[in-house]
Design a protein around this ligand. Structure first.
Ligand code: GLP
Length: 243
Protein backbone atom coordinates (compact mmCIF):
# COMPACT_ATOMS: atom_id res chain seq x y z
CA UNK A 1 0.00 0.00 0.00
CA UNK A 2 1.39 3.39 -1.02
CA UNK A 3 0.03 6.84 -0.28
CA UNK A 4 -1.12 7.96 -3.74
CA UNK A 5 -1.09 6.97 -7.44
CA UNK A 6 2.28 8.62 -7.99
CA UNK A 7 3.97 6.57 -5.27
CA UNK A 8 2.25 3.42 -6.53
CA UNK A 9 3.56 4.09 -10.05
CA UNK A 10 7.12 4.84 -8.89
CA UNK A 11 7.11 1.64 -6.84
CA UNK A 12 5.92 -0.50 -9.77
CA UNK A 13 8.23 1.13 -12.34
CA UNK A 14 11.23 0.59 -10.04
CA UNK A 15 10.10 -2.97 -9.39
CA UNK A 16 9.86 -3.79 -13.09
CA UNK A 17 13.27 -2.23 -13.74
CA UNK A 18 14.84 -4.24 -10.93
CA UNK A 19 13.30 -7.46 -12.25
CA UNK A 20 14.54 -6.83 -15.78
CA UNK A 21 18.03 -6.02 -14.52
CA UNK A 22 18.18 -9.08 -12.28
CA UNK A 23 17.11 -11.25 -15.24
CA UNK A 24 19.90 -9.80 -17.37
CA UNK A 25 18.08 -10.44 -20.68
CA UNK A 26 19.86 -11.21 -23.95
CA UNK A 27 18.55 -11.42 -27.54
CA UNK A 28 18.48 -15.23 -27.11
CA UNK A 29 16.78 -15.05 -23.73
CA UNK A 30 14.68 -11.88 -23.58
CA UNK A 31 12.63 -10.71 -20.61
CA UNK A 32 8.97 -11.39 -21.46
CA UNK A 33 6.68 -8.72 -20.04
CA UNK A 34 2.87 -8.72 -20.13
CA UNK A 35 1.52 -5.18 -20.41
CA UNK A 36 -1.84 -3.46 -19.85
CA UNK A 37 -3.58 -0.30 -20.98
CA UNK A 38 -5.95 1.95 -19.02
CA UNK A 39 -5.43 5.10 -17.00
CA UNK A 40 -3.75 3.32 -14.08
CA UNK A 41 -0.60 2.26 -15.97
CA UNK A 42 -0.13 5.61 -17.77
CA UNK A 43 2.07 7.08 -15.05
CA UNK A 44 4.02 3.81 -14.76
CA UNK A 45 4.90 4.06 -18.47
CA UNK A 46 5.81 7.71 -18.06
CA UNK A 47 8.26 6.87 -15.28
CA UNK A 48 9.71 3.93 -17.24
CA UNK A 49 10.29 6.27 -20.20
CA UNK A 50 11.98 8.82 -17.91
CA UNK A 51 14.23 6.14 -16.45
CA UNK A 52 15.06 4.94 -19.95
CA UNK A 53 15.97 8.47 -21.06
CA UNK A 54 18.17 8.81 -17.98
CA UNK A 55 20.05 5.72 -19.18
CA UNK A 56 18.89 3.54 -16.28
CA UNK A 57 17.12 0.85 -18.30
CA UNK A 58 17.08 -0.54 -21.82
CA UNK A 59 14.15 -2.43 -23.36
CA UNK A 60 16.25 -3.81 -26.24
CA UNK A 61 15.98 -7.35 -24.92
CA UNK A 62 12.43 -7.08 -23.63
CA UNK A 63 9.52 -8.76 -25.44
CA UNK A 64 6.01 -7.54 -24.66
CA UNK A 65 2.58 -9.13 -24.92
CA UNK A 66 -0.40 -6.82 -24.52
CA UNK A 67 -3.27 -8.17 -22.45
CA UNK A 68 -6.10 -7.22 -24.72
CA UNK A 69 -7.41 -5.26 -27.70
CA UNK A 70 -10.83 -4.12 -28.89
CA UNK A 71 -12.40 -6.07 -31.74
CA UNK A 72 -13.19 -3.92 -34.77
CA UNK A 73 -10.88 -0.99 -34.10
CA UNK A 74 -8.10 -0.53 -36.65
CA UNK A 75 -4.61 -0.23 -35.19
CA UNK A 76 -4.40 3.47 -35.96
CA UNK A 77 -7.72 4.30 -34.27
CA UNK A 78 -6.82 6.74 -31.45
CA UNK A 79 -8.52 4.52 -28.85
CA UNK A 80 -7.08 1.19 -29.98
CA UNK A 81 -4.79 -0.34 -27.38
CA UNK A 82 -2.19 -0.46 -30.14
CA UNK A 83 -2.27 3.36 -30.38
CA UNK A 84 -2.26 3.68 -26.59
CA UNK A 85 0.89 1.59 -26.23
CA UNK A 86 2.84 3.46 -28.89
CA UNK A 87 1.72 6.83 -27.57
CA UNK A 88 2.59 6.14 -23.95
CA UNK A 89 5.47 3.70 -24.16
CA UNK A 90 6.79 1.99 -27.28
CA UNK A 91 7.54 5.16 -29.28
CA UNK A 92 9.71 6.50 -26.47
CA UNK A 93 11.92 3.50 -25.65
CA UNK A 94 14.39 1.26 -27.50
CA UNK A 95 12.21 -1.85 -27.78
CA UNK A 96 12.62 -3.41 -31.26
CA UNK A 97 9.29 -3.45 -33.17
CA UNK A 98 9.55 -7.21 -33.70
CA UNK A 99 9.51 -7.68 -29.90
CA UNK A 100 6.04 -6.11 -29.58
CA UNK A 101 3.01 -8.42 -29.61
CA UNK A 102 -0.49 -6.93 -29.70
CA UNK A 103 -3.62 -8.77 -30.74
CA UNK A 104 -5.00 -7.56 -34.06
CA UNK A 105 -8.59 -6.45 -33.50
CA UNK A 106 -9.21 -6.41 -37.26
CA UNK A 107 -8.08 -10.00 -37.90
CA UNK A 108 -10.46 -11.85 -40.22
CA UNK A 109 -10.20 -15.00 -38.13
CA UNK A 110 -10.32 -13.89 -34.50
CA UNK A 111 -9.97 -17.39 -33.04
CA UNK A 112 -6.87 -18.03 -35.13
CA UNK A 113 -5.45 -14.68 -34.00
CA UNK A 114 -6.00 -15.66 -30.34
CA UNK A 115 -4.48 -19.11 -30.85
CA UNK A 116 -1.39 -17.71 -32.56
CA UNK A 117 -0.95 -15.20 -29.70
CA UNK A 118 -0.92 -18.05 -27.16
CA UNK A 119 1.51 -19.99 -29.38
CA UNK A 120 3.88 -17.01 -29.53
CA UNK A 121 3.81 -16.71 -25.72
CA UNK A 122 4.63 -20.42 -25.48
CA UNK A 123 7.51 -20.06 -27.97
CA UNK A 124 9.12 -17.53 -25.65
CA UNK A 125 8.78 -19.97 -22.76
CA UNK A 126 5.93 -18.07 -21.10
CA UNK A 127 5.60 -14.65 -19.53
CA UNK A 128 8.04 -13.63 -16.82
CA UNK A 129 6.04 -10.76 -15.32
CA UNK A 130 2.49 -9.76 -16.12
CA UNK A 131 1.55 -6.21 -15.21
CA UNK A 132 -2.19 -5.59 -15.06
CA UNK A 133 -4.86 -3.21 -13.90
CA UNK A 134 -8.27 -4.06 -12.51
CA UNK A 135 -11.71 -2.92 -13.62
CA UNK A 136 -14.21 -1.54 -11.08
CA UNK A 137 -16.09 -4.85 -11.51
CA UNK A 138 -12.97 -6.81 -10.58
CA UNK A 139 -11.97 -7.88 -14.09
CA UNK A 140 -8.35 -8.37 -15.10
CA UNK A 141 -7.50 -7.78 -18.77
CA UNK A 142 -11.01 -8.15 -20.29
CA UNK A 143 -11.91 -11.23 -18.25
CA UNK A 144 -15.34 -9.98 -17.36
CA UNK A 145 -17.43 -11.35 -14.47
CA UNK A 146 -18.33 -14.94 -15.25
CA UNK A 147 -15.12 -15.70 -17.17
CA UNK A 148 -13.76 -19.19 -16.80
CA UNK A 149 -10.81 -19.27 -14.44
CA UNK A 150 -9.10 -21.70 -16.85
CA UNK A 151 -9.63 -19.46 -19.91
CA UNK A 152 -6.98 -18.65 -22.49
CA UNK A 153 -6.78 -15.90 -25.10
CA UNK A 154 -10.18 -15.53 -26.74
CA UNK A 155 -12.96 -13.12 -27.73
CA UNK A 156 -15.12 -11.73 -24.93
CA UNK A 157 -18.28 -9.64 -25.02
CA UNK A 158 -17.79 -6.64 -22.78
CA UNK A 159 -19.93 -6.19 -19.69
CA UNK A 160 -22.14 -3.10 -19.65
CA UNK A 161 -20.20 -1.75 -16.63
CA UNK A 162 -16.99 -1.92 -18.66
CA UNK A 163 -18.58 -0.24 -21.70
CA UNK A 164 -19.79 2.51 -19.38
CA UNK A 165 -16.41 2.88 -17.62
CA UNK A 166 -14.49 2.95 -20.92
CA UNK A 167 -16.90 5.36 -22.65
CA UNK A 168 -14.86 8.20 -21.13
CA UNK A 169 -12.25 7.49 -23.81
CA UNK A 170 -14.92 7.68 -26.55
CA UNK A 171 -16.30 11.13 -25.76
CA UNK A 172 -18.66 9.71 -23.14
CA UNK A 173 -20.67 7.94 -25.87
CA UNK A 174 -21.33 4.29 -24.94
CA UNK A 175 -22.47 3.60 -28.53
CA UNK A 176 -18.92 4.25 -29.76
CA UNK A 177 -17.32 1.70 -27.40
CA UNK A 178 -16.68 -1.64 -29.14
CA UNK A 179 -18.88 -4.45 -27.82
CA UNK A 180 -16.21 -7.11 -28.02
CA UNK A 181 -12.55 -7.51 -27.26
CA UNK A 182 -9.84 -10.12 -27.47
CA UNK A 183 -8.15 -10.82 -24.19
CA UNK A 184 -5.64 -13.13 -22.59
CA UNK A 185 -7.43 -15.61 -20.35
CA UNK A 186 -7.18 -16.04 -16.61
CA UNK A 187 -5.07 -19.15 -17.17
CA UNK A 188 -2.74 -17.17 -19.47
CA UNK A 189 -2.17 -14.72 -16.62
CA UNK A 190 -1.91 -17.48 -14.02
CA UNK A 191 0.81 -19.19 -16.10
CA UNK A 192 3.09 -16.17 -15.91
CA UNK A 193 5.80 -16.47 -13.32
CA UNK A 194 4.85 -13.26 -11.57
CA UNK A 195 1.78 -10.98 -11.66
CA UNK A 196 1.76 -7.33 -10.57
CA UNK A 197 -1.59 -5.56 -10.32
CA UNK A 198 -2.04 -1.80 -10.01
CA UNK A 199 -5.20 -0.56 -8.27
CA UNK A 200 -5.67 3.11 -7.49
CA UNK A 201 -8.69 5.21 -6.55
CA UNK A 202 -11.78 4.71 -4.43
CA UNK A 203 -13.70 3.34 -7.45
CA UNK A 204 -11.45 0.25 -7.27
CA UNK A 205 -11.90 -0.31 -3.53
CA UNK A 206 -14.83 -2.73 -3.85
CA UNK A 207 -13.05 -4.81 -6.52
CA UNK A 208 -9.91 -4.96 -4.34
CA UNK A 209 -11.95 -6.12 -1.35
CA UNK A 210 -13.85 -8.75 -3.35
CA UNK A 211 -10.72 -9.93 -5.13
CA UNK A 212 -8.47 -10.20 -2.10
CA UNK A 213 -10.71 -10.88 0.91
CA UNK A 214 -13.59 -12.87 -0.58
CA UNK A 215 -13.32 -16.42 -1.90
CA UNK A 216 -11.95 -17.31 -5.31
CA UNK A 217 -14.72 -17.00 -7.85
CA UNK A 218 -15.32 -16.26 -11.50
CA UNK A 219 -17.46 -13.17 -10.85
CA UNK A 220 -14.45 -11.20 -9.55
CA UNK A 221 -11.70 -12.54 -11.74
CA UNK A 222 -8.99 -10.70 -9.78
CA UNK A 223 -9.64 -13.30 -7.07
CA UNK A 224 -7.99 -16.02 -9.19
CA UNK A 225 -4.64 -14.51 -8.18
CA UNK A 226 -5.17 -15.86 -4.68
CA UNK A 227 -3.95 -19.13 -6.19
CA UNK A 228 -0.92 -17.60 -7.91
CA UNK A 229 2.50 -18.35 -6.48
CA UNK A 230 3.88 -14.88 -6.95
CA UNK A 231 1.24 -12.14 -7.03
CA UNK A 232 1.76 -8.53 -6.01
CA UNK A 233 -1.11 -6.04 -5.75
CA UNK A 234 0.01 -2.43 -5.35
CA UNK A 235 -2.72 -0.08 -4.11
CA UNK A 236 -2.99 3.52 -3.07
CA UNK A 237 -4.82 4.36 0.18
CA UNK A 238 -8.12 5.05 -1.62
CA UNK A 239 -8.21 1.62 -3.22
CA UNK A 240 -7.98 -0.01 0.23
CA UNK A 241 -11.03 1.77 1.70
CA UNK A 242 -13.15 -1.42 1.76
CA UNK A 243 -10.48 -3.70 3.22
C1 GLP B 1 -9.91 -1.94 -19.26
C2 GLP B 1 -8.74 -2.85 -19.59
C3 GLP B 1 -8.16 -3.47 -18.33
C4 GLP B 1 -7.91 -2.40 -17.30
C5 GLP B 1 -9.21 -1.73 -16.94
C6 GLP B 1 -9.06 -0.65 -15.86
O1 GLP B 1 -11.10 -2.63 -19.09
N1 GLP B 1 -9.09 -3.90 -20.48
O2 GLP B 1 -6.97 -4.15 -18.67
O3 GLP B 1 -7.31 -2.96 -16.16
O4 GLP B 1 -9.71 -1.12 -18.12
O5 GLP B 1 -8.60 0.51 -16.45
P1 GLP B 1 -8.24 1.84 -15.67
O6 GLP B 1 -6.85 1.68 -15.23
O7 GLP B 1 -8.38 2.91 -16.72
O8 GLP B 1 -9.21 1.99 -14.57
Amino acid sequence: IREDPRQVSVYIADYIISRIKAFNPTPEQPFVLGVPTGSSPELIYKILVQRHRAGEISFKNVVTFNMDEYVGLPRDHPESYHSFMYKHFFSHVDIPPQNINILNGMATDLSAECASFEARIARYGGIELFLGGVGPDGHIAFNEPGSSLTSRTRVKTLAYDTILANSRFFGGDTDKVPRMAMTVGIQTIMDSREVVIVATGAHKAFAVQKGLEDGINHMWTLSALQLHQHPLVVCDRDATLEL
